[in-house]
Design a protein around this ligand. Structure first.
Ligand code: GDP
Ligand code: MG
Length: 451
């Protein structure tokens, strides 16, 4: 519930509340999307080359037992199982359309609209990403909030972030690495964030970007969970047993090895259900993992994340509640100080405020104010005083002749009449004389305006 109202704040450092949440980090193609899809049990994330995730995705999984009569939904589930197993051979994506009444997605930006078709969820994520980031290169820190209700998920909130890349490709901005890194850091640097660091097992763990970034904000590995993907792609004779045992880079929450679908599996439309079954088989039959197979694989990862997040929420909630209460009180007081609520339309409210202000202003000018002061002049009286006293005195203080001598007048008169003698002051001469005098009104006039 708290995720939704905080979403428009960008989830980053500007968010006033540090919510406990699990944030997925890892380099591009480390398997982040695959892990999320396996945890959900459905295909719904955009795929493609380049940076597909360009806005944070706040994925809220909500375990919802079917409310319909158990029997009828059970039948539907069986039907679905049948359908999905058929899909495997025919390989057409459209078969995934087989909607399930028990499972649906909802976006925060499309309230009330239920997506039963997970392909449409993917399309909506893509469209909504486009909407804020514009062209295909940009990133945006404003998250997309997606809820998935299903009887097959554990209640859990996960934040998917863009993968770390090094070199801009195509029309990506040149500082793409910095942008992604800073977006990830705003999410994982908050102390209540749990970091789900996704690392491919077929590369050296010490080189893992996801783990490196996690170490920056969580040097002791207290709130980082490691996931090892692509265990199936490791060289023969190598395994991740040493990592699991905490002998390489220890993390308090440890590591979970998983196997997602490879690119070939996805092209062949292997279902996640089948992939999970194969994953379980792999760990049970592998000589290195068979003894601890129950601590391997996606189902264990989901359960572990659920337990960690729940206990983390339990630990942090009192603090968050206190923080929200304090903030709420502060803003309620501020609201009260702004005056009573108005129910009219905003424009008429503004209009009436302006009219009231004008009336009050006129009243002040006309001397109709309620509190007439005996200490000092105010309003219209003050204006009158400034004009009739200060300004008048300023003007009277000017002596028109103190800068013009009779000799000057005479010279100007001669100059303006040319060779013919003149008896009276000519217009031209008068203007020259008067303009000089009028100029001297400028100072007292400006002072009057200021006052
Ligand atoms: P992201 O960029 O981190 O989201 O990575 P993706 O989930 O898109 O995975 C990148 C590629 O690695 C895809 O082609 C996946 O099929 C493949 N992949 C991911 N995890 C595994 C795994 O455990 N085993 C195998 N064989 N391939 C995997
Ligand atoms: Mg991805």
């Amino acid at each position: 519930k708290l995720q939704d109202p905080l979403a428009p704040l960008g989830g980053g450092s500007q968010s006033p509340i540090d919510l406990p949440q699990i944030t997925v980090v890892g380099s591009q193609s480390s398997g982040k999307s695959s892990v999320l899809e396996n945890v959900v049990g459905r295909d719904f994330l955009p795929r493609g080359t380049g940076i597909v995730t360009r806005r944070p995705l706040v994925l809220q999984l909500i375990n919802k037992r079917s409310t319909n009569s158990e029997k009828s939904s059970k039948q539907k589930q069986d039907l679905l199982d049948l359908n999905t197993s058929e899909n495997q051979n025919d390989g057409s994506v459209s078969n995934q359309k087989e909607d399930n009444v028990d499972e649906w997605g909802e976006f925060l930006h499309l309230p009330g609209k239920k997506f039963y078709n997970f392909n449409e969820i993917r399309e909506e994520i893509e469209a909504e990403t486009e909407r804020t980031t514009g062209n295909n290169a940009g990133l945006s820190p404003v998250p997309i909030n997606l809820r998935i209700y299903s009887p097959h998920v554990l209640t859990l909130t996960l934040v998917d972030l863009p993968g770390l890349t090094k070199v801009p490709v195509g029309d990506q901005p040149p500082d793409i690495e910095k942008q992604i890194k800073s977006m990830i850091l705003t999410y994982i640097s908050k102390p209540n964030a749990i970091i789900l660091s996704v690392n491919p097992a077929n590369a050296d763990l010490a080189n893992s970007d996801g783990l490196k970034l996690a170490k920056e904000v969580d040097p002791e590995g207290k709130r980082t969970i490691g996931v090892l993907t692509k265990v199936d792609l490791m060289d023969r004779g190598t395994d991740v047993v040493d990592i699991l045992a905490g002998r390489v880079i220890p993390l308090r929450y440890g590591y979970v090895p998983v196997i997602n679908r490879g690119q070939k599996d996805i092209e062949n439309h292997k279902t996640i259900r089948a992939a999970l079954a194969d994953e379980a088989k792999f760990f049970e039959n592998h000589p290195s993992y068979s003894t601890k197979a129950q601590y391997c694989g996606t189902p264990y990862l989901a359960k572990k994340l659920n337990v960690i997040l729940l206990s983390h929420i339990r630990a942090t909630l009192p603090d968050i509640r206190a923080k929200i209460d304090t903030a709420l009180k502060k803003y309620q007081n501020e609201l009260v100080s702004l005056g009573p609520e108005t129910i009219d339309s905003p424009s008429s409210t503004v209009l009436s405020v302006i009219t009231d202000f004008c009336n009050d202003y006129n009243g002040v000018l006309d001397g109709h104010t309620k509190d007439i002061s005996s200490n000092e002049l105010s309003g219209g009286a003050r204006i009158s005083f400034v004009f009739h006293e200060v300004f008048k005195n300023g003007v009277y203080a000017l002596d028109p002749f103190d800068r013009i001598k009779d000799a000057d007048i005479r010279t100007i008169m001669y100059n303006s009449s040319g060779s013919s003698p003149s008896l009276f002051v000519g217009t031209a001469a008068f203007e020259v004389l008067v303009k000089q005098q009028i100029k001297r009104f400028e100072d007292p006039s400006l002072r009057c305006i200021t006052l």
